[in-house]
Write a protein that binds this ligand. Structure first.
Ligand SMILES: Nc1nc2c(ncn2[C@@H]2O[C@H](COP(=O)(O)OP(=O)(O)OP(=O)(O)O)[C@@H](O)[C@H]2O)c(=O)[nH]1
Ligand SMILES: [Mg+2]
Length: 478
């Protein structure tokens, strides 16, 4: 990568083997691919220096280097002292050590990790403060100090253990220009950004370049948030407009059991299609936020609580009954579309349909927060009769969908790229985003939902878009 502006600020992440160096970088730089940054429970995962450029618009802004861990720091320290002779070793002594050891020497790991420092890189020293502070760590700190490079220590706590933190901090404070915490498994966007900002404090000479990088990152994050808002609006719009229908032949029309079977099929297809679109929305979000390992599945019947047709979903997500009343219903908008055929079949039909959806029949509607789930009507299409499902007459339907989307968005935001266990997005956390919205926000969104239930395209509404962007911003920060 060309760099007409001169040297690219470079920072090497160093530390004892297995401290989480690679994980810290993976999270900082949003890399969840082991082929790019190898993370492993087995010590010694990283054996070569790995250059990780941070690029914007094809321009390399800053550069990080993942390094093999210190494996024999005490001995290496003595070897450097020997090379130097009397007094405190300096960069020249470290350089000689690297030259001597880099090709198959006794301290190959140490030489490899020190090479970038000899070449001018700043130091990010990763330690796990739940480990006891042994002499080997002190040896590592000594060696790093001898290089004279700007250096920051990062506390990446792998296990809960506050006992040793103060001891670590005090000791690190005398060897490093700055001590920060950065948890590779939990750091969020703001913490990642703060880490980059900390680089300004240790590397004043590259201030302009680092500040520019932080601006790029902020900008990229804003763009992603806006894109996410669009994905969300696309999905909600689709779900609110969606209709599913099947025509009924004479037998199906006349024989209740057959009609019932058709109804159940229709219900299934309707929800399956909404779930498919929801899943697609999450996949788009995962891609946008560079998650390859993280997966999401929205099954019609795979996961309890994710199933739009399950009772639990309706109790857990969406607005409360009183909030719904205040927000004003979708029902009005839907009434003109789902047409009552006016036969006795309708009432009966809806009853059984609810039974199929709720599982628990009448009991389903007794819960305080449960709105009517009026989805599904028999309509006439030309000369034949058809069962039609959608648009949703239930006022809570869009709120439930939005709530779930926000929850998933939050999970995606919170998932650190350094975590390598292949995982499904969790769906068990507390819901309740939309219940906390202000009344103004609820009304504004409700109006947009109602417009969407109606047929035909709706105009892009900048106010609503910005409302969605604000909501996502809040979810990010929570
Ligand atoms: N619980 C927890 N585990 C972590 C954290 N950071 C790293 N680990 C785990 O610690 C192990 C080592 O992580 P790596 O990032 O490969 O460590 P490394 O320092 O690069 O190791 P080497 O390359 O072998 O020197 C992996 O199993 C990680 O998943 C953390 O913040 N929390
Ligand atoms: Mg590593």
């Amino acid at each position: 990568m060309s760099n007409p502006e001169g040297e690219i600020p470079t920072f090497a992440v160093v530390g004892k083997i297995n401290m989480g160096k690679s994980s810290v970088l993976a999270t900082l730089l949003e890399i969840d691919n082991d082929r790019v940054v190898r993370v492993s429970a087995t010590p010694g995962a990283t054996t070569q220096c790995q250059v990780l450029p941070v690029e914007f618009d094809g321009r390399e802004m800053i550069r990080f280097i993942d390094t093999p861990g210190f494996s024999n720091a005490l001995e290496a320290m003595r070897a450097i002292q020997e090379i130097h002779g009397e007094g405190t070793p300096d960069l020249a002594a470290v350089k000689l050590f690297v030259l001597r050891e880099i090709d198959g020497g006794q301290f190959e790991d140490e030489a490899r990790l020190l090479q970038p420092l000899v070449d001018g890189a700043g130091v990010l020293y990763v330690i796990d403060p739940s480990k006891p502070l042994r002499d080997t760590f002190v040896a590592e700190m000594e060696i790093l100090r001898w290089t004279g490079r700007p250096r920051m220590a990062l506390l990446n706590e792998k296990a809960e253990n506050q006992d040793r933190i103060e001891e670590w901090r005090t000791r690190l404070g005398s060897y490093f220009n700055l001590v920060r915490t950065f948890n590779a498994h939990h750091a969020r966007f703001s913490e990642r950004k703060n880490l980059l900002k900390s680089l300004l404090q240790i590397d004043e000479g590259n201030r302009a370049r680092i500040e520019e990088t932080i601006e790029f990152i902020d900008q990229e994050w804003d763009e992603r948030r806006e894109e996410s808002a669009e994905y969300l609006m696309d999905f909600l719009s689709y779900a609110l407009k969606h209709r599913e229908s099947v025509t009924l032949d004479v037998k199906e029309e006349e024989l209740e059991a057959r009609k019932e079977r058709k109804r159940q099929e229709l219900t299934k297809t309707y929800y399956a299609n909404i779930a498919r679109m929801e899943e697609k929305t999450y996949r788009r979000l995962l891609k946008l936020y560079r998650h390859d390992l993280l997966k999401v599945e929205v099954g019609d019947d795979h996961f309890e609580g994710l199933d739009l047709s399950s009772e639990e979903t309706w109790q857990k997500w969406g607005l409360s009954r009183s909030q719904l009343t205040l927000a004003g219903g979708v029902a009005g908008g839907a009434a003109g579309i789902a047409v009552d055929l006016g036969t006795g079949g309708l009432t009966h039909g809806l009853g059984t349909l609810f039974g199929a959806i709720g599982g628990a029949g009448a009991a389903f509607f007794k819960g305080e927060d449960l709105p009517d789930l009026k989805i599904g009507m028999i309509t006439e299409q030309g000369n034949s009769k058809a069962l039609v499902m959608g648009p949703p007459a239930s006022e809570n339907f869009p709120w439930i969908l939005l709530d779930r989307c926000l929850h998933h968005f939050g999970e995606i935001m919170n998932h650190a790229h350094g975590r390598r266990e292949e995982s499904l997005l969790s769906i068990n956390a507390d819901a309740g985003w939309v219940r906390r919205f202000s009344r103004e926000r609820r009304s504004r969104l409700q109006r947009w939902f109602t417009q969407n239930v109606k047929k035909g395209a709706i105009r892009f509404d900048a106010d609503v878009f910005h409302e969605f962007v604000d909501i996502l911003h809040e979810v990010e920060g929570a």
